[in-house]
Design a protein around this ligand. Structure first.
Ligand code: NAP
Length: 248
C-alpha cells in the first residue's frame, strides 16, 4: 500500500532530497513550506517525476493552526498520514549569545522547538494506535550542534536542537507501545542554503574540509538515512539519534 508522509520544510535542502527519494519509492508526500511556493512546486515536480505523488502544503510550523491545517490537507489529499519528517528549521546570523536580541531568540525557539513539538504532537494524535491511528514513524531532524554547542556562532540554535534530541528520546518511549517509532538524524555540515541564511554561504565547504571525511555532506546523504529510518528495514529502531556528520 502507498505510504504517505508529511515533510516539514520539504521545499528545499534536506527536506527536498528526502521527498525525492521517497517519491522514487512510490510514497505520497506532503511538501510543507513557509514562504517559497516556487521551491515547493519544484519539489513536487521532482517527486512526481520520480514516481510518487506530492502536494505543496503552506504553513508555519510555529503556528498551531497551520500545523493542524497541514496534517488535514495531507489527509484530505492522500487518505491518511503514516509518517512525519520533522525537518523545518532555521538559523540566524552568527554571533555570541551576548549580542542576541529577544526577537531572534524567540523565533529560533518558536520554529525549531515549538514547531517540532507541535508537529510531533499532531502526528502522535493521528498515528497512535490507542487513538484510532494505524501506527507510524517520526523522524526528527536535529543537528550535530546539539552536542557541539556552536559557540560564537549560534548557541541558541544548538540548544534548540538539544531539545529535539530529548524529544526523540522521550517520545520514542511514549509512542513505542502505541505503534509509532520515533528517531532522529543529527546532520553535520551539509551543503544547503541554510548557511547563507546564517550569513555564511561558504560555511559548509570551509568547515566540511576540516571533518574526518574531509568534505561537507550532501542533502541526499542525510535523506538516505531518513528514508532508511522511515522504512521497514528499521522496524526495530526507535529512540535512536543517528549522526550523519562525516565524523565531526
Ligand atoms: P534549508 O535548505 O534552509 O531549508 C529550510 C526549509 O525549512 C525550507 O523548506 C523552508 O521553507 C522551511 N522552513 C523554514 N522555516 C519554516 C517554518 N517556520 N515553517 C515551515 N517551514 C519552514 O535548510 P536545510 O539545511 O535543508 O535544513 C533542514 C533541517 O536540517 C533543519 O532543521 C536544520 O536545522 C537541519 N540541519 C541542517 C544542517 C546543514 O548543514 N544544512 C546541519 C544540521 C542540521 P521555505 O522554502 O518556504 O523557506
Amino acid at each position: 500500500m502507498t505510504q504517505t508522509v508529511l515533510i516539514t520544510g520539504g521545499s528545499r535542502g534536506i527536506g527536498r532530497a528526502t521527498a525525492r527519494l521517497l517519491g522514487e519509492r512510490g510514497w505520497s508526500v506532503g511538501v510543507n513550506y513557509a514562504q517559497n511556493l516556487r521551491a515547493a512546486e519544484q519539489t513536487v515536480a521532482e517527486v512526481e517525476r520520480a514516481g510518487g505523488r506530492a502536494l505543496p502544503v503552506a504553513g508555519d510550523v510555529a503556528k498551531e493552526a497551520d500545523v493542524v491545517a497541514m496534517f488535514d490537507a495531507v489527509t484530505r489529499a492522500f487518505g491518511r498520514v503514516d509518517a512525519l519528517v520533522n525537518n523545518a528549521g532555521i538559523v540566524a546570523p552568527s554571533m555570541p549569545l551576548a549580542d542576541m536580541d529577544l526577537a531572534r531568540l524567540t523565533r529560533i525557539f518558536d520554529v525549531n522547538v515549538l514547531g517540532a513539538y507541535l508537529c510531533a504532537r499532531e502526528a502522535a494524535r493521528r498515528m497512535s494506535t490507542d487513538r484510532g491511528g494505524a501506527g507510524g514513524v517520526i523522524v526528527n531532524v536535529s543537528s550535530a550542534a546539539a552536542r557541539l554547542g556552536s559557540p560564537n556562532e549560534y548557541v541558541d540554535y544548538a540548544g534548540s536542537k538539544g531539545a529535539i534530541d530529548t524529544l526523540t528520546l522521550g517520545l520514542a518511549k511514549e509512542l513505542g507501545p502505541r505503534g509509532v517509532r520515533v528517531n532522529a538524524v543529527r546532520p553535520g555540515l551539509i551543503d544547503t542554503e541554510i548557511h547563507a541564511s546564517g550569513g555564511k554561504p561558504e560555511r559548509a565547504a570551509q568547515l566540511g574540509a576540516t571533518t574526518p571525511l574531509g568534505r561537507p555532506g550532501s542533502a541526499d546523504e542525510v535523506a538516505q538515512t531518513i528514508v532508511w529510518l522511515l522504512s521497514d528495514a528499521a522496524s526495530y529502531v526507535t529512540g535512536a539519534i543517528l549522526d550523519v556528520a562525516g565524523g565531526r
